[in-house]
Design a protein around this ligand. Sequence first.
Ligand code: MG
Length: 261
Amino acid sequence: MKKKRIWPVSVFLFLLISLFLLSFLPAQQKNPKETLGQWAIHDLNRPLPPVVIPGPPLPPAQPPSDAVILFDGKNLFNWVEAKGQPARWKVEGDYMEVVPKTGNIQTKHGFGSCQLHIEWMTPLPKGEGQDRGNSGVFLMGLYEVQVLDSYENKTYADGMAGAIYGQYPPLVNACRKPGEWQTYDIIFYAPKFDQEGKLLEPARMTVFHNGILIHHNAELTGPTAHKARPPYKAHADKLPLMLQDHNHPVRFRNIWLRELD
Ligand code: MG
């Protein structure tokens, strides 16, 4: 007699527990903005995105007619060091190369919202994780899209190539091999502040890595930082674009942007 009752109750309990467990699954499929909160900064448990092999590298394309040319391979006239001195990175062939310990460089002029094109190449592998081909593209000097050799080189997901550093891993790992040219096409919307300095709109980024979408309108939580997610602080509408000296001889070429309203 009792068995007849126990069976349906156990089935009911089983279904209830299954539903409870299943409720955790969709969180991983939501967009990164909704899932950021559950991941600690540089969380090693955060899943690494799948690898996508991009097409082969192409020679640099001509910038569009309304582009502001920031580097055309000839010189660093548009770039300075943090305190305004001439940039000391090396210019060779059609590229510039980080000279370790000379420091970050930034554009002489400031920019806000923009479409940025930049090409980069990491050196032959040396070191591991963050210590391999590390540099960075800092929109407004504050919001970093990570440059790293992420070809068969693991690190925390929010610090790999294409990551919005410390916030969002790329949707896929589209990294080419070291020694091959790669591209970032970044659509950046600057944050907006009211007159009292209160945040009206966060910064947003859409990014293509080697032509492959890796961020779609990601909302930044504030400036990017190492082991921290600092809040927004009101700043100017236009600030210099910065490239990072992280002690590795990373190369850049064909850098241009189109200013957006
Ligand atoms: Mg970096």
